[in-house]
Design a protein around this ligand. Structure first.
Ligand code: RP5
Length: 175
């Protein structure tokens, strides 16, 4: 990571969430946005969670992405302690496939929102955080538009390939 102060905080309840959360880190890297990454557990390190959430905005963080699985209280508790927008990532679990995490994170009471993405979709959490920043930064907004253009192009290229190969040969190229 760069020496520039971080503006996005990416936190997770356990190191076992890191393989999922790395997609959010990659988005920050792709858009050249400095981010800090930390393991902060609502249940195992509650005081650390309170400290992190209360101080994040004073350190220059603008958006917090919080991922957790199971009894996933981290995003909601952090949201209750910070004035910053919080994006929640429900991490997939073995026993309940992440539906437990999703329900834990998405069902926030009125007044304390968490912007919840789909189960394991840390990439969308990263993109949403970038877009929140971009609403106040015209250059970043241009980068988001370029990213959308790239997405569109990739779909159109797939369509060209599908028309050239036909669906059966196309499927064969997908392995
Ligand atoms: C949650 O419990 C974490 O966010 C993680 O998704 C889940 C399991 O944690 P570990 O037992 O793998 O540390 O707090």
């Amino acid at each position: 990571m760069s020496d520039t102060p971080s503006v996005i905080g990416i936190i997770m309840g356990s190191d076992s969430d890191l393989p999922t959360m790395q997609a959010a880190i990659r988005v920050c890297e792709d858009f050249n946005i400095p981010c800090e990454v930390a393991i902060v557990s609502a249940h195992r390190t509650p005081e650390r969670m309170v400290e992190y959430a209360k101080t994040a905005h004073t350190r220059g963080i603008k958006v917090i992405i919080a991922g957790a699985g199971g009894a996933a209280h981290l995003p909601g508790m952090v949201a209750s302690l910070t004035p910053l927008p919080v994006v929640g990532v429900p991490v997939k679990t073995r026993s309940l496939q992440g539906v437990d995490s999703l329900y834990s994170i998405v069902q926030m009471p009125r007044g304390i929102p968490v912007a919840t993405v789909a189960i394991n979709n840390a990439q969308n959490a990263g993109l949403l955080a970038v877009q929140i920043l971009a609403s106040q930064q015209p250059e970043l907004l241009d980068q988001v538009l370029q990213y959308r253009e790239m997405l569109q192009q990739s779909v159109l290229e797939k369509q060209d390939k599908l028309e050239q190969l036909g669906y059966q040969d196309y499927l064969a190229t997908m392995g």
